[in-house]
Design a protein around this ligand. Structure first.
Ligand SMILES: C[S@@+](CC[C@H](N)C(=O)[O-])C[C@H]1O[C@@H](n2cnc3c(N)ncnc32)[C@H](O)[C@@H]1O
Length: 312
């Protein structure tokens, strides 16, 4: 299976990572390995890259693509929420750089045959790690109407969540909804014509996002990971995170803010007595977005937001 490079904001990420030869780095989301290859070039023959992806296809691809750097790479088929354990087992106390480029890869969308795209006739699966038990098929065909509506509203921010959940329940009463295209059709028909005409994205975009988040427990994993960030970086080490929707970005922003300014003392107190210790400092005050050239060439970059922070 041919992987395509899908690195978003390669130049900005590279500049913010501030890498030096010999650094120890982690790429938590290898995907097509565009960012990983650039990191390996920057850290040179004395550096080490820990590469992680929960999708075995991405690990297999990384073995090929990063072959030339094999002495400087260790690959892990894991969830990035397992990173603290991976570093402990490897005897690494702290790293210079961690990168997360969240969401799914172009390969997963176009070639995985796991139903990530609403434009393809594929089984409703949506698992990034096929060892996990829960599939989108199970969610769509067994969850209650209320639970589905809540999922579409909470994780897809979908206005018509109730109508869509109702349409699913009615359709599956005669036979299960088996493919991504079938589900996309049900969702499209449930959306009022006026709303459909007004919006620029496909009517099923938000529902597919919501299902992917639930199946892969994406926000839960990100939250677990974020809590451990300061403990995994050396002083001056940087975390760079690219997110693609507001639910992810909110978790990243709030966690980084809590590490930087989590003092809970009332404002009028002359000095802090709550015991807060500042662990991180923002490098990017505002999220960084893609340059116009990249936006023209790669529509996936449109919603990307990069936040970078440094261990103090
Ligand atoms: C946007 S792609 C990364 C693209 C990559 N940076 C590149 O240069 O090609 C996201 C990748 O992260 C992986 N991924 C997403 N969430 C993950 C998680 N919680 N743990 C491990 N891998 C994850 C996906 O399987 C996918 O391969």
């Amino acid at each position: 299976m041919g992987f395509e490079h899908t690195s978003v904001m390669p130049n900005q990420v590279h500049a913010y990572q501030n890498l030096s030869p010999g650094d120890i780095c982690v790429d938590c989301t290898l995907g097509g390995c565009g960012h990983a290859a650039a990191t390996l070039k920057a850290i040179g023959s004395d550096g080490l890259l820990i590469g992680i992806d929960q999708d075995m296809d991405a690990i297999t691809n990384a073995r090929n693509v990063l072959h030339l750097f094999k002495d400087n790479v260790r690959l892990y088929h894991n969830n990035f929420s397992d990173l603290p354990g991976i570093l402990t087992d490897a005897g690494i106390n702290g790293v210079n750089s961690i990168l997360l480029d969240l969401g799914f890869s172009l390969n997963q969308l176009t070639q995985s045959k796991r139903g990530f795209s609403f434009k393809k006739e594929e089984p409703l699966d949506m698992r990034m790690d096929v060892r996990n038990p829960l599939t989108a098929h199970q969610v769509v065909n067994t969850y209650s109407e209320k639970k589905l509506a809540d999922i579409f509203f909470t994780y897809g921010e979908e206005r018509f969540s109730r109508r869509m959940a109702k349409a699913i329940i009615e359709t599956r009463a005669s036979s299960p909804i088996a493919t991504s295209l079938e589900l996309a059709g049900v969702i499209e028909n449930a959306m009022p014509a006026r709303a459909k005409a007004k919006q620029k994205i496909h009517p099923a975009t938000r529902v597919f996002q919501a299902l992917r988040i639930v199946v892969n427990r994406e926000l839960e994993r990100l939250e677990t990971f974020m809590q451990a960030v300061p403990s995994m970086l050396v002083k001056g080490g940087r975390i760079s995170i690219i997110s693609f929707h507001s639910l992810e970005d909110r978790i990243v922003k709030q966690r980084l803010r809590a590490f930087e300014n989590g003092c809970t003392c009332p404002r009028q107190f002359p000095k802090c007595i709550c015991g807060f210790v500042k662990q991180m400092e923002s490098v990017t005050r505002k999220p960084v977005t893609a340059e116009p050239d990249e936006l023209n060439a790669n529509p996936m970059a449109r919603s990307a937001k990069l936040r970078v922070a440094q261990r103090v």
